[in-house]
Design a protein around this ligand. Structure first.
Ligand SMILES: C[S@@+](CC[C@H](N)C(=O)[O-])C[C@H]1O[C@@H](n2cnc3c(N)ncnc32)[C@H](O)[C@@H]1O
Ligand code: SF4
Length: 370
C-alpha cells in the first residue's frame, strides 16, 4: 500500500505541557504564562480525557516512546505527571520504553529528578541554549551558566540530552566554541543544536537584532562538526548529535514517518488509518482545550503533499535509510521524483537520503518533491 498503508505503524505519544514563567522573545510555541498553581492537575485530567477518547486512533497499539514537551513541563508537579503516566500504563508493555521529559535548568532539583525517575521518566532534555550569561540574557532566558552547570551536576548519572542554539545575539565563533566545549566537558550523550529562526509573531521579529553574519554562522556549523566529531558524537539528523546508541528514539519515529498521538493544547498528531494518513492538531487556547480537546487543521496527506511530507522528514536523517526500514511503501510518484534527484547528484543512490551537495542546496533538493 502507499498512502493507505497498514494501520500498525509504530505509535509515539507526545504530551504538551504549555507552562512557562515568561515568553522568551524568540519563541512561537503554544505556551501560557498563566501561573501553574493547581491548573496542572486540571490540565492532566483533560489530557487523560483526550487519551481515553483517542482509542480509535491508538487502535490497539502500544506506545513505543513517550515525550513530555513544552512549554516547560518541569513547572508541572510530579502528581500531574504521575496521573498522566498512570493513565497510559495500559498502553505500553515494555517497561524500558524511552520516556523523555523537558526541563529548564532552574527547575532541576534532586527531589524533582528523583520523583520523575521514580514514576518512569528515563531521559531528561535540558534547555541550556548557551553557556554565556550575556547571550542568555539577550535570549531573555530565566537561567544563567551556573544554574545550567548545577542542573547538569544533579542530572549527571541520568540519560540527558541538551538543547543549544547558535546564530544568536552577541555570539561569536569563539564564544560558540566555548559553549560546545563546555557541552563536551559535561559528558552529555545527546545534543539538539538549533540555529535561531526568527518567527513571525515574536518580539524578535519586530526588534532590530544584531545577529552573527552568514559567514560566521557557517563557521559555527563547521566548528560544531569538527569539535563534536572529534569528541565521538555523530550527526544523525540535521539538528541532532549523539554518541552511539543514544539517538532519540522518539524523534527518529517522527522522521521515519511513524505515527504519533499528540495530546495537550496545540499538540500535533500524525495518524495512519486503514485508508489514509492524516496530520492534525489539538486546539491551542488552554481553557478551551481543558473544556473540550477538539481537533483542528485536519489534513489528509495525498499526492504531492504526501511526497513533500515524506521528503521533509526522511531527508532529515544524515546517514540515509533503506526503504525496508520504513513502515510505509514509498509512493511511485515519490520514487520518480527521487530518481531525478539522484541524477542531479542531490540524492543518494543506494539509500534514501541527501548527498553532501543535496544538503548544500537543501531548498533545491526539497523542491524536487513539489
Ligand atoms: C520549545 S522549547 C521547550 C523547552 C524549554 N522550554 C526551553 O526553552 O528550554 C524547545 C527548544 O526549541 C528551541 N527553540 C525554541 N524557539 C526557537 C527558535 N526560534 N529558533 C531556534 N530554536 C528554538 C530551543 O533550543 C528550545 O530548547
Ligand atoms: S521557556 Fe521554552 S517554551 Fe517557554 S517561552 Fe522560552 S523557549 Fe518557549
Amino acid at each position: 500500500m502507499t498512502n493507505s498503508q497498514n494501520n500498525k505503524s509504530p505509535l509515539s505519544l507526545y504530551i504538551h505541557l504549555p507552562w512557562c514563567e515568561r515568553r522568551c522573545p524568540y519563541c512561537d510555541f503554544s505556551i501560557t504564562t498563566d501561573p501553574v498553581g493547581k491548573n496542572d492537575l486540571t490540565l492532566a485530567k483533560a489530557i487523560i480525557k483526550d487519551i481515553n477518547n483517542s482509542s480509535p486512533l491508538i487502535n490497539g497499539r502500544n506506545f513505543s516512546t513517550i515525550y513530555f514537551g513544552g512549554g516547560t513541563p518541569s513547572l508541572s508537579s510530579i502528581e500531574a505527571i504521575e496521573m498522566i503516566l498512570n493513565c497510559v500504563k495500559g498502553h505500553y508493555s515494555n517497561k524500558d520504553i524511552e520516556i523523555t521529559f523537558e526541563m529548564n535548568p532552574t527547575d532541576v532539583t534532586k527531589e524533582k529528578v528523583n520523583g520523575l525517575s521514580g514514576i518512569g521518566v528515563n531521559r531528561f532534555s535540558l534547555g541550556v541554549q548557551s553557556f554565556h550569561d550575556a547571550e542568555l540574557k539577550a535570549l531573555g532566558r530565566n537561567h544563567d551558566k551556573s544554574s545550567a552547570l548545577n542542573a547538569i551536576n544533579i542530572l549527571a548519572e541520568r540519560n540527558i540530552t541538551m538543547d543549544l542554539m547558535y546564530g544568536i545575539e552577541l555570539q561569536t565563533i569563539q564564544s560558540f566554541e566555548e559553549t560546545l566545549n563546555q557541552f563536551i566537558e559535561s559528558r552529555v550523550n545527546h545534543l539538539s543544536l538549533y540555529q535561531l529562526t526568527i518567527e513571525p509573531n515574536t518580539i524578535y521579529y519586530k526588534k532590530a537584532l544584531k545577529l552573527p553574519m552568514e559567514e560566521e554562522i557557517e563557521a559555527m556549523e563547521n566548528s560544531a562538526k569538527t569539535l563534536l566529531k572529534k569528541s565521538g558524537y555523530h550527526q544523525y539528523e540535521i539538528s541532532s548529535w549523539s554518541k552511539a546508541g543514544f539517538e532519540s528514539k522518539h524523534n527518529l519515529n517522527y522522521w521515519m514517518f511513524g505515527d504519533y498521538l499528540g495530546v495537550g493544547p496545540g499538540a500535533h498528531s500524525k495518524i495512519t488509518s486503514k485508508d489514509k494518513i492524516s496530520r492534525f492538531r489539538k486546539i491551542k487556547p488552554l481553557n478551551a482545550y481543558i473544556k473540550n480537546q477538539k481537533i483542528t487543521d485536519n489534513n489528509i496527506l495525498l499526492g504531492d503533499d504526501l511526497d513533500m511530507d515524506l521528503a521533509m522528514n526522511l531527508l532529515r536523517m544524515k546517514e540515509g535509510i533503506t526503504p525496508n526500514e520504513l513502515q510505509i511503501e514509498l509512493p511511485k510518484s515519490f520514487l520518480k521524483k527521487y530518481l531525478k534527484g539522484v541524477s542531479n547528484g542531490l540524492l543518494k543512490k543506494d539509500k534514501i537520503g541527501a548527498t553532501k551537495k543535496g544538503y548544500q542546496y537543501l531548498n533545491e533538493t526539497i523542491n524536487l518533491f513539489f
